[in-house]
Structure formats: structure tokens, C-alpha cells
Design a protein around this ligand. Structure first.
Ligand code: NOJ
Length: 710
């Protein structure tokens, strides 16, 4: 539709019709509504009103959505098509590894490919908008939603945000196979106090702008069409009614001109926060703050029209919000084709196609992280191997945000091993408490694959824990298995980094398997048996224990830094019982064979105004298998007008190396990449001494100093 036609449409709409465009309801409102009961009654809606709303949450399936679209358009005074929005977080029917694993791919291309195939399936099923990517920076694995984030680092999350937006949306959301993306949860939802979901967020201005806002900004720069507000507070104000956050920062500073949608009942929840007096007050505050769509509360529905009629709310605010919703519908091409790609033929063609299955398997291999290997891996396929633990036969390892996944297609680890090593001599013990006879059998095997950790149930929304230790039953199982067979490879499943110090100390090999999606176990089996070389890197540090949380490699210098010694030192900043550093740091992960790095070379020691320094290393594959190496650049600003982090990720390049091959990897260092929020909150760089490191992970010591001229 042309812009002037769209404008005329808006002008022709009644107040009621406009307010209804800003309401989003879930599928439960669209049943057979002869007598009004259930959710519609709770929201005091008449039988037809749900059909006149602007968008629907959480419904999918081509036939179903075509039918719902017909019914909705028939009831709309102007026949406006509805938007169908759903949580397609790490895949639709084919679930890919969870986002924390996608982050651990350390590979923007892989992330883009995953989003693009997820979009194809969702679009075929009639979905127009996905509530993804979730780029909430997270440094505390007590928070169950860390599973949904790509990790702890602003730079990595920004790369991922861009890649995922690009994968979902392409360069034109109206094209076949594309959906509009919705970045969430704005802002800093990943930092709830004490890791407890829905709690308030208490962070300072510098931390907010320097770390937490960056990935959302990256998504906006990538052209994301929607932003979802967060449940938490910023500056003691719930984000959904936070005018400064939504109008000044998001729309003003970041230049976002798309649709802002509340999280589920987040406008209504401001009453529980105690920052709105009643629903009308909440509606007024949210609309004034710039929240366009009210997801699943009746605040807009029940108050907006009345507030405008009583002169309490400016109609311009309503028009502005409705305009953005209409523009989005138009950009998706819904006025011309309200079903977009949704068709049973497309579903049949795309879902679980060969390409999607191949990526599901490859993504499983490329996002798992090899944490330890004394040489036992890869396993040979001629020996007898015990496969132990309930998780080896559990189908609930897909991931907790895979509501549409076809779980009948889930490949368990057991089935994956049988497929990848068809002639393998496996002894399957699918429980966590083997009998003495089973233990005796495990004892005589050449090696053991033991699965511990968590399936998809204990992570995700609201699943916070106070203690991130591995559960006691699995620790006991590990000790029992190790006591009868030392050749034990431990796979750790789960959506959060779990504290596994005992396993790290004793097991000869450990793989962080995350929650690998429908087909990811095939990829994990591939790496266990050397059919693929592991290449995943930790997107979140794995701590020793809960007491270290929140934790990140990117800490600040304290006034009493710890000297480089093991053990406790009094009157400096350290713990008496655990080290300051995590068990495994951000960026860490092994392969079969090592990537050797030459010392860093700099094209100059001084960065002049407007200039560039090139920093290079030679990276050599020292092993016998092809390798994918994520080369990481870290920088430290030694002195500044505010305290600066000990190091920050500033560059990432992926190289593929054949055995014994060497490649030169270079990064350009320029002034903009050294900018930060100074003492007066100006985004600038400051001249002086810097150090840069290029290496395998955030602990690399392969560094060089350089100077920046004023
Ligand atoms: C609540 C969650 O916080 C959000 O991430 C999700 O997109 C919405 N529900 C809709 O399902």
C-alpha cells in the first residue's frame, strides 16, 4: 500500500478501532465465543472484539492462521490484516541449539544461517513476527533465561544480534521466507538482582550504556523492526513505562522508528510494581513512554479511548503508535497478501527439509564446547563403550523455548550414537542409578560416555536457582562411574553454565553440550568420534560456584588488585575459598590439535589521529584434523577518566585451517573502537597507553602495548 493510502486509512479509523490495533491477545481468545467466558470475559470484551485487535500472540500453522486471518479481517471495520507474532527463538519445527549455544558457536555466519532457516519454517507456517533475538547480556547463571541469551559479552552479543536480525529479516521482510524480528527485552533484563527472574535491575548509568545497551543498539542498526520492553526496572522505573528509556534512549539516541511492544502483561504489572495507580494510569504512562502494543493486558483496551475523550491523553500519541503498527503490516506486505508465506505447500516443502536437518546436526557440533581432553577424545569406534545416564536417552534436551518443535523428531544421544557409529559396540545404561551388575559392565568397557547436567525443564523463563552446582545425584553417579572406569568422557547438558569443579578436576574429558536442539546430538556424536573437530567457545564463563556470580572476564581494576599468585592474599581483592577467575573463562574451548599463535605484530606502536594500526598474528593448525579457529582480539585501556575493564573483546575472526596450515589473521585498530563513556558520559576515546592481545580465548597472554596520540 502506498504511504498516502495508509495515511488515509489511519485518518478514517475511529478511536475504538485505533485502540484495538494496539492490543495483542493470545490464541485462547479466539475460540468458539457463543457465550463470553474465560479470558474474553476477564478482559470485558464482547464476542467480536478479539477479532478486531491488531495482532495475535503464539499461534502458528498455515491452515490455522489463514483461517484466523480470514475471520479477523471479516470483523475488522476496514478489513485490516492481523499480525501473527510468535516465539521462534531457536527454530520452529526443527529446533537448533539454544541461543547460549548459538553464542558459543562464536560465528556470526552460523547464527545468521540458523535464524534464516528458522524464519523460513516459521514464515511457511504463517508467522509474521518472531520474538527474537533475545540479546540480554547475562553474567549470572542463576538466571534461567541465560539459556536464551548469546552470553556475557557486549561485543559478541552485538555480533550475534546483527547476524540473527539479518537471518530473520533479510534485506526485505516482505520477501518469501522472511519474518520481522523483535529484539528483547529492552533493557538489561539479563541483570535481575540476585539472578532472580522478574526482579528489579539495579545498574549504574555507565554499565547500562557501556555494556547492556550495546547489543540492542546493534540490532537497531541492523534494522530490527520491533523492540520488546523488559519486565524489570531501570532507574527504579519499570521499562515499559520508562519514558527516558523508550523515548530518549531507544527512539532518540538509537534512532529506532519501529514498533515497541510490551512484554506479556508488563503494562498491567506496573500496578504490582506500585508505580502505576490503576490500569488507566498504567496505559497513559506506557503510551506516553512510547510503548505501541500492549501484549496481554487490558490496560489499553479498557482505558485509551476514555482517556482521550476525557482529555487526559493526547490522541496524537495513539495515532503515532497505530501508524507504526500499520507501517509494519505494510512492510510485511500484508495489505496485498495477508497470509504472507503461510501455506500448507510451503510448510511441506521447507519444514525438516534436508538443508534444515543438515544444519541442525552441524550446529550441534559447532556449538558444543570441548572443555577438557587428556587425549581420550576422539573415541575410536572399535572398543566397547558404555553410554550412561538418563540424559543419554532423554528427548527433553531440545531447549525450553522450542514450543513449536516437533519433538517426535528429536534425536537422543543414544540414537545419535547408533546412527553416527552404526557398528559401535555400545552398552546403554539409561538411568542415573545403575545396578551393581550394570556398574560391573561399565567397569569392563574401553571407555564411558556419561551424561550429566540438566534437561530443558530447569532453565528458561522463571527458572531461577540460588545454587548452580551440578545436582547431587549426578555428582554421585560421576564418582561411581569414575571409581570403576577412569576413561570417562563427561557430557554436560543444560541451558546454564553449571559449576562442575569436581568433574573438571577428575574427568579425563568434558564436553559442554548445552541443549542441542532436535538434531544436535548427531553433531555431538560426530565430535566424540572425530568425524568433526570441536570448535565451540564459551559464550559465558563457567564459574567454580554460585558465590562468584555475577562473573565475567571483563572485570574492572580494583584499588587492591590481586598479585599473580595462587592462594588467598590478605587485604587485596580476592576470595579465601575460591580463585577470582572462573573455572573456564569466556571464549575458551579446545579442538583436536592446537592452534598455535605467533607473537602479535603491529604495523606501528602509535595510533595517530584518524589513523589505523594493523595487528596481525600467524595461526597454525598443529593437529591432524581440519580446524575452525575463532581468533579473538582483546584490548585494554590502561588509564582513563573512569575505571576501565581489564580487557574487552574488540574483534573476532573465524579461520578454517587444514592440518599444519598457517594463516595470517589481521585486525585494524582505529579510534572509534576505543571509545567508551567517559566521566561525563560522553562517548569518546582518551589518548594514552593501551594493550592488545590476540589469541585463543579471554585468558590469552599473547599481547603487545601501543599508544594512542591525542
Ligand atoms: C514473556 C517472555 O518474557 C517473552 O520473552 C516472550 O516473548 C513473551 N512472553 C511472549 O511469549
Amino acid at each position: 500500500m502506498k504511504t498516502d493510502e495508509l495515511q488515509r486509512l489511519l485518518e478514517d479509523m475511529t478511536l475504538e478501532e485505533k485502540a484495538e490495533q494496539l492490543v495483542q491477545l493470545h490464541g485462547g481468545f479466539f475460540g468458539d465465543v457463543g457465550t463470553i467466558t474465560g479470558p474474553a470475559a476477564e478482559f470485558s470484551m464482547d464476542a467480536d472484539q478479539p477479532y478486531r485487535t491488531g495482532s495475535v500472540l503464539g499461534e502458528a500453522g498455515a491452515e490455522h492462521l489463514r483461517d484466523l486471518q480470514d475471520r479477523m479481517m471479516a470483523k475488522q471495520p476496514h478489513g485490516i490484516p492481523a499480525l501473527f507474532m510468535a516465539d521462534v527463538i531457536h527454530g520452529y519445527k526443527t529446533a537448533f541449539p539454544v541461543p547460549i549455544a548459538i553464542g558459543s558457536g562464536f560465528d556470526a555466519e552460523l547464527a545468521e544461517e540458523i535464524a534464516s532457516l528458522a524464519a523460513e519454517e516459521a514464515a511457511a507456517a504463517g508467522v509474521h513476527v518472531t520474538f527474537s533475538p533475545m540479546v540480554d547480556l547475562v553474567r549470572d547463571s542463576r538466571w534461567g533465561r541465560c539459556m536464551e541469551s548469546t552470553g556475557e559479552d557486549p561485543y559478541l552479543n552485538s555480533l550475534m544480534a546483527k547476524a540473527l536480525v539479518k537471518g530473520f529479516q533479510g534485506d526485505d521482510v516482505s520477501k518469501p521466507g522472511k519474518v520481522a524480528a523483535c529484539v528483547k527485552h529492552f533493557a538489561a533484563y539479563g541483570a535481575p538482582v540476585a539472578g532472580r527472574d522478574y526482579n528489579v535491575t539495579e545498574i549504574c548509568e555507565h554499565t547500562l550504556f557501556e555494556d547492556y545497551l550495546k547489543p540492542y543498539r546493534a540490532a537497531v542498526e541492523a534494522g530490527v523492526k520491533l523492540v520488546m520492553t523488559a519486565f524489570n526496572t531501570i532507574d527504579r522505573k519499570p521499562c515499559t513505562t520508562n519514558k527516558r528509556l523508550l523515548r530518549d534512549v531507544l527512539r532518540g539516541d538509537m534512532g529506532f522508528d519501529g514498533v515497541v511492544i510490551s512484554d506479556y502483561n508488563a503494562i498491567g504489572e506496573t500496578l504490582n510494581h506500585g508505580s502505576s495507580y490503576d490500569k488507566a494510569d498504567a496505559a497513559k504512562k506506557a503510551l506516553e513512554a512510547g510503548c505501541d502494543i500492549d501484549m496481554m493486558s487490558d490496560c489499553y483496551l479498557g482505558s485509551v479511548v476514555r482517556l482521550i475523550r476525557e482529555g487526559e491523553l493526547d490522541e496524537k500519541l495513539l495515532d503515532e503508535a497505530v501508524w507504526r503498527v500499520l507501517v509494519l503490516k505494510n512492510e510485511l506486505g500484508l495489505f496485498e497478501n495477508p497470509y504472507k508465506d503461510g501455506s500448507p505447500e510451503n510448510e511441506k516443502r521447507v519444514i525438516f527439509s534436508e538443508r534444515h536437518r543438515e544444519l541442525g546436526r552441524r550446529a550441534g557440533a559447532e556449538t558444543a564446547v570441548l572443555l577438557k581432553n587428556n587425549g581420550i577424545l576422539p573415541l575410536g569406534d572399535s572398543g566397547k563403550i558404555a553410554v550412561v545416564g538418563e540424559l543419554t536417552q532423554d528427548t527433553r534436551i531440545v531447549g525450553s523455548w522450542s514450543i513449536f518443535a516437533d519433538t517426535s523428531k528429536t534425536v537422543t544421544l543414544k540414537n545419535a550414537l547408533c546412527e553416527v557409529v552404526p557398528n559401535g559396540k555400545f552398552v546403554f545404561v539409561g538411568n542415573d542409578d545403575p545396578t551393581d551388575e550394570e556398574m560391573a559392565e561399565i567397569g569392563v568397557c574401553d571407555a564411558v560416555i556419561l551424561a550429566v547436567g540438566e534437561n530443558e525443564i530447569p532453565t528458561g523463563e522463571s527458572m531461577s536457582v540460588a545454587d548452580i552446582s551440578l545436582n547431587k545425584a549426578h555428582l554421585r553417579l560421576f564418582e561411581r562411574v569414575m571409581s570403576c572406569n577412569k576413561n570417562t568422557v563427561v557430557l554436560v547438558f543444560g541451558g546454564r553454565p553449571l559449576a562442575i569443579p569436581e568433574i573438571a578436576e577428575k574427568a579425563p574429558a568434558i564436553v559442554e553440550a548445552w541443549l542441542p536442539g532436535t538434531l544436535g546430538c548427531l553433531g555431538i556424536a560426530d565430535i566424540l568420534f572425530g568425524k568433526k573437530n570441536p570448535c565451540g567457545r564459551l559464550s559465558m564463563s563457567i564459574p567454580y560456584c554460585s558465590g562468584q556470580l555475577p562473573i565475567s572476564y571483563s572485570q574492572f581494576m580494583t584499588g587492591r588488585p590481586k598479585p599473580k599468585t595462587d592462594g588467598f592474599v590478605r587485604y587485596v581483592s580476592n576470595y579465601m575459598d575460591v580463585p577470582n577467575h572462573p573455572l573456564y573463562p569466556f571464549g575458551y574451548g579446545l579442538s583436536y590439535g592446537e592452534a598455535k599463535y605467533s607473537p602479535v605484530r603491529l604495523s606501528a606502536d602509535v595510533l595517530k589521529k584518524g589513523g589505523v594500526i594493523t595487528a596481525s598474528v600467524d595461526v597454525t593448525n598443529d593437529g591432524g584434523m581440519e580446524m575452525k579457529e575463532a581468533v579473538q582480539l582483546y584490548i585494554r585501556d590502561v588509564k582513563g577518566s573512569v575505571v576501565r575493564p581489564v580487557r574487552e573483546l574488540k574483534g573476532l575472526k573465524t579461520v578454517r585451517l587444514m592440518p599444519h596450515e598457517t594463516k595470517t589473521v589481521s585486525f585494524e585498530i582505529d579510534e572509534p573502537m576505543l571509545r567508551f563513556y567517559d566521566a561525563d558520559m560522553n562517548f569518546v576515546s582518551e589518548p594514552g597507553e593501551f594493550v592488545l592481545w590476540i589469541g585463543h580465548d579471554s585468558g590469552t597472554e599473547n599481547g603487545r602495548g601501543f599508544r594512542v596520540e591525542g
